[in-house]
Design a protein around this ligand. Sequence first.
Ligand SMILES: [Zn+2]
Length: 453
Amino acid sequence: MRTIILCLTIIIFSSLNAQISHSDAAVQLKNKGLKDLAAFEMLKDLTANVGHRLSGSAGYEKAVVWGKNALVKAGADSVWLEPVMIPKWVRGNVEKATASSAGRKYELTVCALGGSVGTSKEGVSGEVIEVHSFDEVKALGEKLKGKIIFYNRPFDKTKVNPGEAYGGAVNQRTSGAIEAAKAGAIGVLVRSMTNAIDDEPHTGAMRYVDSIPKIPAAAVSTIDANILSEVLKKERSVMVTLQLSAKTFPDVPSYNVIGELRGTEYPKEIIVVGGHLDSWDKGTGAHDDGSGIVQSIEVLRLIKSLNVRPKRTIRAVLYANEENGLKGGKAYAARESRLNEKHIAAIESDAGGFLPHGFGVSTDSIKYEKIRSYASLLEIVGAEKIHKGGGGADISTLQSLGTVQIGLDPDSQRYFDYHHSNNDTIDKVHPRELELGAIAMSILIWGISQDGL
Ligand SMILES: [Zn+2]
């Protein structure tokens, strides 16, 4: 009996420490992933049973419990919560904008931008002035006093990557209210941040500064932005009444959710993989960032299925509050226990669950070349395009620890059609495309976990 136990122990021990070539691991990860399509099953569960999960909402608290259970189910060695204070902003039921000119009225499809103040019940009313830049706002100066500013600079359609077009337009949403209020405006309408022409407003974070009056700000659908712009060309004066019931409450306590597979040889060397657990309160955050969440959990499940322990620790972090504060990413990096750990690489998936093309990498040239050497392994899932420059908002907080920043690069064409709107739902996610992203991350992470950086 004792001999049998000893033999079994040896077999188990040697299998745990068995070696596997990177290319064999890549094939196994691919096959397991594509057979099970487990990332999509998780995403169905998250979107159906939790739904949207804005920071400070009951949905987010449900998501914390969901994330913890999903990490346990995926086979993480340990799962835990790390506390973080997060904002609580509530949209409320009223978001309404009515334009009127020459005796005619038009209802505009709007939604409050995240963080906006609300209005009185009657709303704010004023003449609408269309602008396309902050320079224009400055040039108009006094003429904007008491007016409602309509920012209508569209995405630059000539950009191949809509993410770049987003970057060129999004300051209207984030800082438009500040610039408008400096000129004495009383409210802001912002063209939705998308190339799509439809009737869904896209929300997203906006900010204020304490020294400048806080004026209400709403996104308007691209169809209604175009209509309003046409009306403004024809009519001498168009009035808008904007009513919002949004409200900010004091911050509330919540959590980042974390699970890991512990490394056998260098457990204190950590490779982080993550996305953000919060979402906006439109749609169900299926792409943004439910996809990144389920892919990160799936990485642990797939690597566990190799039945070979990683040499370095692989940690999935489901960050709180990326969308309107980045409090989760900041709290994770600032935690005292991080000082005893060495975060060698951090990989983020927060660009949608679309077909992966490769990875963007921010690091020095030596480490960059090391990461690029995995391109031939990634060919198996068509994710071999590795380029300089990349990462993500949540992992950017680890930059000060010298962590290599890596962002999963999925196809970018449809992301902003859905982003931060009611369009971001599970039916827009393709099970195999989503899974291929998780497999690509697993292959890369497995390589790094065995070789170091
Ligand atoms: Zn996101």
